[in-house]
Design a protein around this ligand. Sequence first.
Ligand code: PEP
Ligand code: CO
Length: 445
Amino acid sequence: MSKQNWNPDSWRDFPINQQPDWPQDQLRKTMDKVQQMPPLVFAGEIEELKKNLAACERGERFLLQGGDCAEDFSRCNAVPIRETLKVILQMAVVMTYAANKPVVKVGRIAGQYAKPRSKPFEIIDGIELPSYRGDCVNGPEPTLDARTPNPERLLQAYFHSTATLNLLRAYVHGGYADLHKVHVWNKEFLANSPQGMRYEKLASKIDDALSFMEACGLRELPQLKEVEFFISHEALILDYERALTRQDSLSGRWYDCSAHMVWIGDRTRQPDGAHVEFFRGINNPVGLKVGPTMKEDELIEMIDTLNPNNESGRLTLISRFGSDKVRQHLPNLVKRVKQEGRNVLWSCDPMHGNTFTATTGYKTRDFDKIATEIREFFHIHRENDSIPGGIHFELTGENVTEVKGGAQKIDDHHLQERYLTNCDPRMNCQQSLEMAFQIAEMLQA
Ligand code: PEP
Ligand code: CO
């Protein structure tokens, strides 16, 4: 297929992976409705994130992207949303303080409803059922009814995204993210943990610094009162993304207004596939997952397709190899990108290459392996005079038991206690904060 003329529907002429088997008529009607709906975000905000990511690329800022593996409609409530925002704010404070550089905060939130699956079907209690593909497609319950893809869920996803984003905007601009609240973010069950206490000390130092600045007359600095918080998700279901793709009236440029940033997953990044075709024409900052099967030449080709003008802040490469494979794969890719002078932001997803099944049958990850992949990521970039510019986590602010290890020493038998995820295991709030302290040290090194 020729890659000459892009339009918001040109992806339809390319082979596509990971799409549900929808009833087409109903899909079309529902997408017509979504297309009538207001955008979730607008071009000015999207460009603002792009500027922030360009700064990460230059090493002047650091990207922190995180949230659920898969958001769950039934958990679209104030508490989980607030807790996730809170832990991201806390992590950002820890990292900013250590590295002396601003942290760009991007949630995997307000739209992370679609999941690629390795198998289209699974067998549960002897019955073959379509795999769960995320709440915007089907339900996780093991019945044929729940698992049948239902386009109405895409409209529901739109409304759940708007409700989530509305609350996030209220928190972020309504005073909750004010740096004077650093202590408030440290809630009880965290405050008594080693990380919570470590955080508390840091928060007191920030308080002192704020008092000092105020004594000097620097009272109303907007930077202290509000933060910027952006939203992102894997743009997997292209019918939905297309319905929210709009032409900016000022610039004439197209933006996917379902989120500020969208990324292409490791399973849908075929150079001649529909996802790459769709992504190349939208002007959002885009992410590309880079896993063990990515070849050097292929990566350069993808970079040139997705970012033909070599624009800074446009393309984030999110490496996800696994702690035991990152040494084998990442150095050559980093060298080649550097040698070819391509402007990209390198970020590390230490989650998806480190997933395994515990002896108790739960899908999990090990805290130390996650930390090891991040450490290797930092080393490899520094050895090659490249910038380790960001991090990408699956995490939640809630006190779940899904990832093993960390100071709480969660083991195989603890996993069942509060294992809430519908998809991949997330670090809980203590593990997330503990990880932030480790990254802070890596950033300082
Ligand atoms: C994800 O980020 O949830 C995901 C599925 O990752 P990947 O595409 O890297 O496997
Ligand atoms: Co995941």
